[in-house]
Structures are given as structure tokens and as C-alpha cells.
Design a binder for this molecule. Sequence first.
Ligand code: UTP
Ligand code: MN
Length: 512
Amino acid sequence: MVPLKRRKVVPSHTGSTGTGLEAPNRFPQIVLFLLERKMGASRRAFLSQLGREKGFQVEEVFSDRVTHVVSENNSGDEVRVWLDSKTGGRGRTPAHLLDISWYTESMSAARPVEILDRHKLQEQQMNKAEVVTFSVPVYACQRRTTLDNHNTILTDALSLLADSAELSEDEGRGVAFRRATAVLKVLPKQVMDVTQLRRLPCLGEHSLRVIKDILEDGASTEVESTKQSERYKALKVLTGIFGVGVKTADRWIREGICDIQQLQTSGQTLNRAQRAGLEHYHNINQPVTRSEADAIGEIVDKAVASVLPGAQMTLIGGFRRGKLTGHDVDFLITHPEEGREVGLMPKVVSWLESKGFLLYEKTTRNSYLESKDGPSRPSSNMDRFERCFSIFKLSEEEKGGAQQTDSVSQNHSGESSHPVSGPEAGQKQWRAVRVDLVVSPISQFAFALLGWTGSKLFERELRRWAGHEKAMSLSSHALYDNNQRRYLRATSEEEIFAHLGLEFIPPSERNA
Ligand code: UTP
Ligand code: MN
């Protein structure tokens, strides 16, 4: 399936330059296109005009109508990569890829000369049987993305550029790099050559350039210089503080605050979340392990069971997708009887607080109201569940036997080289962990489960698929059919995929 935007019909250019020098179209079966790359704009314009004067159709813009692509000093592979970037993975153009010699000879003959081997651009043969040209569906929600990734060097590089774009509040560029990254994640083998990527969607010129640099030179200068840039490093550190977003980090950098120490001595006024974030900075930036997540799960389970018997708790987020570590732990809570979940969160939070499990919490109330006319945009994408952002105090004792095998938690259990003073200094018997709790009514549970399992890109792609391909609006609360003008109910994730006309993808394969 090709996204709507790409399906736009390319206006058919006659190639007329309005100079009045064109001869009538003498060879209607032949549509030529001259590649500007390496030829240069003026030589291309001159040669195109020459062709038109001799009665050839020479196009200004590449389109599906083109039958002969002519280039100078380009290899077949270079032309192919360029063409694929234009066709956006719609498949290979059947056009001939020809050297300029064919064109000049045809000009001299005033007719298209026979295409001989020496006219044809050679595309790399690379042991034909062994070269895999990969092919994948366009939307990430149509693909099975496991945690196995055969191209981590490439995906790490593109993820870094996505990070950097997001930290510069360039959402469009960020999404483009995330999509490119996600495509590489599903490839069954290591990429050896860019030509293998020909048929793939979502790889724009920029991403392809980065990939090519890495495959050919071992590194991308753009990625390396971004990684080293002071601004990128400062934004990463400051937004790593819980409660600090890009805007705040950016303002601080402009005021000369670039690291934790400078922030601590700056006298900046911090809000409650940021104070907690700063205090537990080191712990919060240590990956949470699966055994830590399970230990917290047991605590939350106990809390839920004691304040509302019958209520159920599910591990969501990255851990539900099978990730071994996470930046936080996410839980979804519901009750099988609609309405019984009302008022549950404050009770759970009080229970946890009374037992000394919470270092910080902020609860937001449920503000979701189903409108008869369907969800309004763009708030349809925002979650309005009752939600608690918290920082858990997880003691070694609660972790039980887990710490024996848990090298990460052992490493930071006695942190001392760390600049943050206070509870984190010295020998301590606990660590701080970010925990998100979400409460949903049972009628919205399947949507909440799907929406909170992620990955973020998988969710974004599900919503894009719903909107562009199915005229539906999907959120973590509901699915609305804009044509039928009604909500489509579901009690399981499988039903939601079915409503969307998608094959069911289990959580472990949503790691896009
Ligand atoms: P996370 O940010 O926790 O990501 O969001 P993650 O996949 O668990 O990975 P970690 O934690 O970095 O290891 C989990 C899911 O919850 C959704 C996101 O879309 C993601 O799919 N989410 C998160 C929301 O829907 N709304 C939010 O406000 C936050
Ligand atoms: Mn998470």
C-alpha cells in the first residue's frame, strides 16, 4: 500500500521550453530523461534542447513515463540509487539506464540508435545469487519488528540524528529518521551495499547518504559531528532530568547552563518534578532491568489488590514488548466492572506512599469524554487517562534475589563519584526508578493496552495507517470510523487490528 501523499499523479511534462525550437514529436514511444548529477545544469539544458530540436521527447522531471534515463560519468548503481530516492520505494523503474554515448550517437543519427552493450550502464553484479535486495511494507504497523537487529551501526547512527532533530524541535525530520531507522531494523541480514536498499520505503536522500557514508567510510561525518557538538551534549544531559523538556533545556543553555553541576550552582528556580529529577538524576538515567521491573510490579500488584480487590494490573511499555531494560516501568490498571476503576488511582498512590515507596508522584485526572461526533483533532492523540508519574524507591530487599545477577544495579548501588549530593551519595540500599501508572475503564482497556505498549513509532504508524488508509481515528481510548460515523468497539488488541484491516502483530514484534 502506498501512502496517499505519494500517490499524487506526476504532471506529465511535455518538456517544452517554450523556445519554439522543438520539432514535432517524432518518436512517441520514447521518453528521455537526462540526469543532472555530474552532468551539470547548463550542459543538461543544452543537451535536452538539442534533443527536442531533433524531435525527441526530453522530460524536465523524472516520472513513470520515462523510458530512457541518460547520464554522464555515473555508475549504474549511482543512477539506481538516485532513481529509487525519487520513486520512494515504489519499485524499480523499467527504464533503460544509458550512458551519454547513446544519446550523442542518437543525436548524430537524428534517431534513437540501437542500444548496444557499451551503451548500457552496468549495475553491480555482486555475485548475483548472494545479493539480497530487501523489500518491506511501507507502514511499521504492517511489519514484524523484533528486538533482533542486524544493522545496529546504521540504526544507532540514524536514531542519533532523530534524537538530534527532536531536540531541535524539528518533528518532521525526527519522524523521517525514525521511519528510516525502523525500516533498517526489520532487514533479515546485515546491509553490505546501498544498492540492496533500492526497493525500501521511507529511506530519503538524507538517510541514504548517511548509510552510504557508513558503509563506504565506516562512519558518517554528520553523525560524528552531531555526537561531539556541545549543544547536542548539553540538550541530552539537561533533558535527561525528569521534568525538563526541550524548551527549558534550550533556555538554560542560552543562559550558559550546560551540565548538571552548572544547573546546581545556577540558582535556577526548579519546580517540584525538576527538583526530584535532579536529586535522582543518576539513578533515573541508569537503565531499569527486567528484574527491577518485576519487583516493582509485585509492589504495585499488592497495592492494587489491597485497595480494590478484583482490579487488574498489566505491565505495558517496552517491557511488555520483551525489552531487557527500560527508561521507566509502565503499568495499566483496570477493573472488569465498568466504573469500579473510578477513584482508584488516589487510593493506590496513598497505599504506596504510606509504605514509603514513593519519592515523587504527580497524578493527573481522567479528562476523557467521548463525543458523539467522533474525536476532535489533534487532541484525539492525547491520552486523557487518570495517570500517575512517579519516582519509586526500590530497595535491595524488595529486589530480592534479583541483585545477584543484576550487574547494572550492583554498579550503582554504592555510587560515590557522582556530583549529586544528598540521598544518592554514599552507600545506599535502594535505587530510584521512574514508574508510570495508568488507569483505564474496562471499555477502553484494549485501546489503552495497544496504545501504551508502543513502540512510539509503532503507535504513530498505527494512527497514520488508520487515518490515511482507513479513514479512522485511533487513540488510546477509542477507534472511530469517519465514514460510518461511529465508534468501533473492541475488547482485545486482536479485534482492533482486525477493525484496522491489519494482520495482528504481537507485542514482541512491535519494536519498530
Ligand atoms: P515509554 O516512553 O515508556 O517508552 O512509552 P517505552 O517503549 O516503554 O520504552 P522505555 O520506557 O524508554 O524503555 C510507552 C508507551 O506509552 C505511550 C508511548 O506511545 C509508548 O508507546 N505513551 C507514553 C503514551 O501513549 N502517552 C504518553 O504520554 C506517554
Ligand atoms: Mn516505558
